[in-house]
Design a protein around this ligand. Structure first.
Ligand SMILES: NC(=O)C1=CN([C@@H]2O[C@H](COP(=O)(O)OP(=O)(O)OC[C@H]3O[C@@H](n4cnc5c(N)ncnc54)[C@H](OP(=O)(O)O)[C@@H]3O)[C@@H](O)[C@H]2O)C=CC1
Ligand SMILES: O=C(O)CCC(=O)C(=O)O
Ligand SMILES: [Mg+2]
Length: 474
């Protein structure tokens, strides 16, 4: 069935039911080693995962690894430019859960990202990136321990749809002329705007269905968190891009207040309810004034709209959410993207799940990882309804490739996410314990060692993996 790869002769397939995996004790899991530092990261990470599973289950459970090829390694095996062989796609489709090291994307070249291709081919629409502090991890931030967020980044549209035309191309020019001469003049709100003829053009589509399935997963995750972390923040730049970023926010709220009506309260609703709880006789107008501090400066039409909003909230959810019941619900709020970058630094403890569109989530996940120790501590997962591929937030870090130097923490923690997704919590917990203990003990790779006070010697990538395993026994 495969051209150049052979599946393990022992082991069984993971299957899916209603979007969740059904995992045998001997799953076959395809893995992609990755380019650049993947040569160092993968062996270290596999070793830690195997040791954790063996220690936790004493042979009753075992992962049967299935080596598949994507990226530079694939070209060695399948031939020039064969970066993404059909064999590898077939294997991921067949076995459902896979894990990968980083893959190179040349900037500006003809090759689209292999990472993005995998996410799109398997419709892995939720890119889940937790950023949590492990005790003892050095950080440039003063209070990294307060940050404990999970980024839910939409993974299939926005810039990931990758529809672009270069400056000067025939199609690009045609599109600009069509926009300048027909569509823009036909849309009065665009006034006399014109696109410069020497522009490159990129399309940024944000769909309602794509946004809502992402937010649905984010809210479902929030429901599984402890009470004090049951919050979903919709991140957007809707003040500037109303029909893409603003729509993402609106569709998020719509989903929360329909499908999850019983479980959710929005921040604005909580203000309306709270105002009435404080003052049961409060008028609609005074309530409106409190939820919108600029109320008195608004036009009568806008004021009427806010009074109507207050009336609607009280009518719809006072019985189910009023008298303090809303405090037991998932809080859904929204923040403008630039503001959230400063908020996770100045108020790290105030956020939990951050639901984002694609590009905002890309930036935000690197920034949040930096707070809790850097890209060596940033795990991730790409989750769809019938497939999941686990991988770190960082890339191939080419200047460090092959030196047995970089921090395997991100890929190992991506393995932890995979084990948790499989329901193998005992093995996942062992790794988290070993990793935490190794860091607390100052047994770390260069990236963390350079931040430690007092300084500690650097461990190699492979030595860090061994230190984690050693600390399983603590
Ligand atoms: N999912 C994927 O496979 C991804 C792939 N990429 C691709 O990777 C390539 C390189 O991208 P680049 O922009 O350099 O970003 P990278 O994330 O690869 O590296 C940037 C810097 O982050 C630090 N870093 C990254 N990984 C680790 C680690 N494991 N341990 C410690 N520090 C780490 C290093 O900083 P320092 O040197 O200061 O210590 C490194 O130089 C590009 O082709 C890009 O497209 C990028 C992101 C994701
Ligand atoms: O595919 C790439 O090269 C970049 C992907 C990326 O930056 C990410 O997934 O965070
Ligand atoms: Mg990125």
């Amino acid at each position: 069935m495969y051209e150049k790869i052979v599946a393990p002769t022992t082991g069984s397939k993971i299957t899916f039911k209603d979007g969740s995996p059904i995992v045998p004790d001997d799953p076959i899991i395809p893995f992609i080693r990755g380019d650049g530092t993947g040569v160092d990261l993968w062996p270290a990470s596999q070793k830690v995962m195997d040791a954790a599973v063996e220690t936790a289950y004493g042979g009753k459970r075992k992962i049967n690894w299935f080596k598949i090829y994507v990226g530079d390694e694939a070209c060695d095996v399948y031939g020039t430019y064969q970066y993404l062989p059909q064999d590898s796609l077939d294997a991921i489709k067949e076995y459902g859960v896979a894990i990968k090291g980083p893959l190179t994307t040349p900037i500006g070249g003809g090759i689209r990202s292999l990472n993005v291709a995998l996410r799109q081919i398997f419709d892995l629409y939720a890119c889940v990136r937790p950023c949590k502090y492990y005790a003892g991890t050095p950080s440039l931030h003063k209070t990294p321990e307060l940050l404990d967020v999970i980024i839910y980044r939409e993974n299939t549209e926005d810039i990931y749809l990758g529809i672009e035309w270069p400056k000067g191309s025939e199609t690009g020019k045609k599109l600009i002329e069509f926009l300048n001469n027909e569509l823009i003049p036909a849309t009065p709100e665009h006034g006399k705007k014109q696109i410069r003829l020497d522009s490159g053009i990129g399309i940024k589509p944000i769909s309602k269905s794509g946004s809502q399935r992402l937010v649905r997963r984010a809210i479902a995750h929030a429901l599984r968190l402890p009470k004090d972390k049951q919050q979903v923040t919709l991140v957007h730049k809707g003040n500037i891009m109303k029909y893409t970023e603003g729509a993402f926010r609106d569709w998020g709220y719509e989903l929360a207040t329909t499908e999850y009506r019983a479980q959710c309260v929005t921040e604005r609703e909580s203000w309306v309810l709270g105002n009435k709880e404080q003052n049961p006789d409060i008028s609609l107008e005074d309530n409106a004034r409190l939820i919108d501090p600029g109320y008195d400066a608004l036009t009568p039409e806008k004021q009427a709209k806010i009074r109507q909003e207050v009336a609607d909230v009280l009518f719809a959810i006072w019985d189910s959410h009023g008298s303090g019941q809303w405090k037991e619900k998932i809080m859904v709020n929204d923040r403008i993207a630039d503001s959230i970058f400063q908020q996770i630094q100045t108020r790290p403890g105030e956020y939990s799940i951050l639901a984002t569109m694609n590009l905002n989530g890309d930036y935000l996940s690197d920034a949040a990882a930096a707070i809790v120790g850097g890209l060596g501590m940033g795990p991730g997962a790409n989750i769809g309804d019938e497939c999941a591929v686990f991988e770190a937030t960082h890339g191939t870090a080419p200047k460090h490739a092959g030196l047995d130097k970089v921090n395997p923490g991100s890929l190992i923690l991506s393995g932890v996410m995979m084990l948790e997704y499989m329901g193998w919590q005992e093995a996942a917990d062992l790794i988290k314990k070993g990793l935490g203990a190794a860091i607390s003990n100052g047994e770390v790779t260069y990236d963390l060692a350079r931040l430690m006070e007092p300084p500690v010697p650097e461990l190699k990538c492979s030595e860090f993996a061994e230190a984690i395993i050693k600390h399983f026994a603590d």
